[in-house]
Design a protein around this ligand. Structure first.
Ligand code: ZN
Length: 174
């Protein structure tokens, strides 16, 4: 048990460990719109993410996280939470979650699902990157897919993202 996990509330720790042991991540996609990898060198966390986008929505997502319990649990929670959301809704969720990890309150009107279990991570600033890796990777991936539609993307120089495949957004012929 590492110091971060033992500092978290028992109930939340169970939720995190459940996701860590059995991450949600679905099957790999045959024809992803976007395929990226994210890496958090501060902790050694890695993940591979495939996203299928249709009509501006995240239709399917596949995630393979490898790393500490917090990074894997957060990636699994992301996979559980964002399928079916529009790109804007997914980014709004990411921004709100990031604000909470930096000390903000949980805003009303957004369904965070199991992410609430990660609130305690904010007591451990060095682990916040672990909790945000999947979300940063998602944000960068969407920004590469659709540069015009995404407002401000929060670049984090500590987190490394490599895009392997990005099908540029194409407009339907009139
Ligand atoms: Zn980590």
């Amino acid at each position: 048990m590492n110091p971060t996990m033992s500092g978290l509330d028992d109930l939340y720790r169970e939720v995190i460990l459940d996701h860590y042991r059995n991450p949600c991540g679905g099957d790999s996609l045959e024809n992803p719109t976007i395929e990226v990898e994210g890496h958090n060198p501060l902790c050694g966390d890695d993940l591979r993410m495939q996203i299928e986008i249709e009509d501006g929505r995240i239709k399917k997502l596949h995630i393979e996280p490898e790393g500490c319990s917090i990074s894997v649990a957060s990636a699994s929670m992301l996979a559980k939470q964002i399928e079916g959301l529009t790109m804007e809704e997914a980014l709004e969720l990411k921004a709100a979650f990031q604000r909470v990890l930096k000390g903000g309150d949980w805003p009303e009107g957004i369904d965070f699902g199991d992410l609430e279990a990660l609130e305690g991570v904010r007591q451990f600033p060095v682990r916040i990157k672990c909790a945000l890796l999947a979300w940063m990777t998602l944000e960068q991936a969407l920004a590469q897919y659709c540069p015009g539609a995404i407002g401000m993307v929060d670049e984090d120089r500590d987190i490394e993202i490599r895009a392997h495949k990005v099908q540029q957004k194409t407009e339907e012929p009139a």
